[in-house]
Design a protein around this ligand. Structure first.
Ligand code: FES
Length: 365
């Protein structure tokens, strides 16, 4: 390695030239011998390179995987439409299981098929990539494009229509699940946002114990979290009337708070003067801003504060918003007492509960 050749290289502190080493050491040193390039090991042909039968078999295997991927993609669509949402198998939701297995299986088989294709059937020769500047020369770029063309040629994509067509089919069918799932954007909710499970005569019960509440249970200044009694009831077979996702969705709309305020302090909204029982009022627990559950209660001021964005309602003044981003009053549930002395609703809410949206009308009737 001569010093002249090094002079043409850029200076590198980590790789001093021979002259620099001599100057630093104070005496001449033997230049290091480069390590011999061990070269590449002898190339051995694969079984599929030398045996046409094995080659054909590998081709069928790969096509089989791509075809199975098509079947699984179709299976995804069938499961999506036929398996009930709440059906369970081994304690798991079977719809999720079916969708996951079919879609995951299809992707897995396409991946494995592509690997097998590359390992067993595509051209098998070593490629050496020399170090070069980050930007390739124009010649190299042209060569790269030619190499891509050669790769396409060598992969047999044009020559093996069975694999090519089955792969195209598998990838095309993968688009089906994406299209099918657009169905979940609908249907439109109809009047669901305007209704809850509250009905005339339904008791107001403690949300933990399920015990019906009577006026004597609520002291002035007190707030109690409550639910409609139907959430604690069973049908003729002993099964809960509401359960699972249905229960959570119904609870998200029907949860209420019960408060008692001195009757003289109450200013009812127009048409709601008889909606309380001796100062006991039931309001929706769901903030009309974006739907957080609320129960931060200021006994002295009758204010109810939402912890999410601080919308504050005055429950002595018809649930009016006095601060924060909410702009609809908290809906009130009309209340009465049944013949057994328990608090009951006299109807559903008369206005939509929960977050506001453009279609919300102020009053149902
Ligand atoms: S959700 Fe209650 S203030 Fe925003």
């Amino acid at each position: 390695m001569s010093s002249e050749s090094h002079d043409e290289q850029p200076r590198d502190a980590a790789h001093p030239t021979h002259d620099e080493i001599v100057a630093r050491e104070g005496h001449d040193v033997e230049p290091a011998e480069p390590i011999d390039n061990p070269g590449l090991p002898e190339h051995l042909p694969r079984p599929t390179d030398v045996d046409p039968k094995l080659e054909k078999r590998a081709e069928r295997q790969v096509a089989g995987m791509f075809t199975a991927a098509i079947v699984l993609a179709v299976g995804f669509c069938v499961a999506y439409f036929t398996v009930p949402k709440d059906a369970e198998i081994f304690g798991w939701f079977s719809l999720n299981l079916a969708l996951g297995l079919t879609l995951g299986g299809a992707l897995f088989l396409i991946g494995i098929g592509a690997i097998q294709w590359a390992k067993k059937l595509m051209a098998d020769h070593e490629v050496i990539e020399m170090r070069h500047p980050a930007r390739s020369s124009d010649e190299d770029r042209e060569a790269a494009l030619e190499a891509v063309d050669a790769g396409v040629d060598e992969s047999g994509f044009g020559r093996r229509p069975l694999i090519r067509n089955s792969l195209i089919g598998a990838v095309a069918f993968l688009g089906l699940p994406a299209i099918v799932m657009l169905r979940d954007l609908g249907p439109l909710p109809g009047d669901k946002p305007f209704n809850t499970v509250w009905r005339k005569g339904m008791r107001v019960v403690n949300d933990v114990s399920g015990e019906p509440l009577s006026p004597g249970d609520i002291e002035v200044g007190q707030l109690v979290n409550a639910q409609p009694s139907v959430f604690f009831e069973t049908d003729s077979h002993g099964h809960a009337v509401f359960h699972g996702t249905e229960l959570l969705q119904a609870k998200a709309k029907a949860s209420v708070i019960v408060v008692r305020i001195r009757p003289d302090d109450i200013t009812p909204r127009k048409g709601q003067s008889n909606w309380d029982v001796d100062g006991i009022m039931v309001y929706s627990k769901i903030c009309t801003h974006v739907g957080c559950p609320i129960s931060l209660w200021e006994q002295q001021t009758h204010h109810l504060l939402c912890p999410c964005h601080q919308t504050t309602y005055d429950l002595a003044d018809g649930g009016k918003v006095i601060f924060g981003p909410g702009h609809r009053p908290l809906p009130q549930l009309p209340l009465a007492v049944d013949e057994d002395g328990y608090l009951i609703a006299t109807s559903d809410f008369r206005e939509p509960v929960g977050p506001s949206f453009p279609e919300v009308h102020q009053n149902r009737d």
